[in-house]
Design a protein around this ligand. Structure first.
Ligand code: URA
Length: 243
């Protein structure tokens, strides 16, 4: 690719990249490079002496706090992308599925469109695990209702596994795993069995678990193992799409 494009992958706009090249801040294989149109492999390019430019797909997990929207931009509200440093915000990452504004927990951001598509598509049945706190006492009847598939006004939810962790007269806590993600689906399922939600947090997408060391608002890159496990879970590694 062109040198200015490779430099932009380090988090610069195209015009900042051109200026950095003109200022002699860009090296290819250790030697200062001056031609923005020069053809290069991004892995051989460095800017301001930093490590090589990472041109591959990016995979980031975020612990979304309440109040932040799962979008790439919003005129009024903070977005999950606002939680990332500037260089990553310019990489064209998007969230894999959405969490409501008041819902917390795991959001995966990536520019790997094929992975994102498969993780969202009900066809691939990637499980999403949520921790839910709801009003009232959850019972075996609720577990059976979730397992049977709850009827909502516009569709019947697929069977979902409800595991009750704490059950009290006032409030209960449960984990619920779904393989689809329609609008407000978990809230609507709990409301349908008479237990309106008090709080909801996503803990896992497919094999990817929210890192317990990430405080709300923090992010980290996925490890190679996590990326491979995610891709394998939707049959991408076997296809040799990523070595
Ligand atoms: N279900 C909901 O109701 N809201 C979410 O954000 C995710 C799942």
């Amino acid at each position: 690719m062109r040198l200015d494009r490779a430099v932009a992958l380090a988090g610069l706009t195209r015009s900042e990249a051109k200026k950095a090249i003109a200022a002699g801040r860009v090296r290819v294989d250790g030697a200062v490079a001056a031609d923005p149109a020069m053809k290069v492999e991004p892995g051989r390019v460095s800017v301001d002496g930093a490590g090589p430019v990472d041109a591959g797909p990016q995979y980031i997990m975020v612990n979304k706090p309440a109040g932040v929207v799962t979008a790439t931009e919003d005129r009024r509200l903070s977005t999950v992308l606002d939680l990332l440093p500037e260089a990553l915000r310019r990489r064209g990452l998007g969230p894999v599925g959405r969490l409501d504004r008041d819902v917390t927990g795991l959001v995966l951001l990536t520019d790997d469109g094929q992975l994102a598509h498969r993780l969202i598509s009900p066809r691939w049945k990637a499980g999403k695990l949520y921790r839910a706190e709801c009003a009232g006492r959850l019972t075996g009847d609720d577990v059976r209702a979730f397992a049977a598939g709850i009827e909502l006004s516009d569709f019947t939810a697929r069977p979902a596994k409800l595991t009750v962790l704490r059950s009290g007269d006032e409030r209960s806590v449960a984990d619920v795993e779904l393989t689809e993600g329609k609008f407000h689906q978990v809230k609507r399922m709990f409301a349908a069995v008479g237990h309106p939600l008090i709080a909801l947090s996503r803990l896992r997408i497919g094999p990817l678990t929210l890192d317990a060391d990430l405080a709300p608002g923090e992010w980290r890159r996925l490890t190679e193992e996590e990326i491979n496990a995610l891709r394998a879970s939707v049959a991408l590694v076997e296809l040799g799409v990523r070595s």
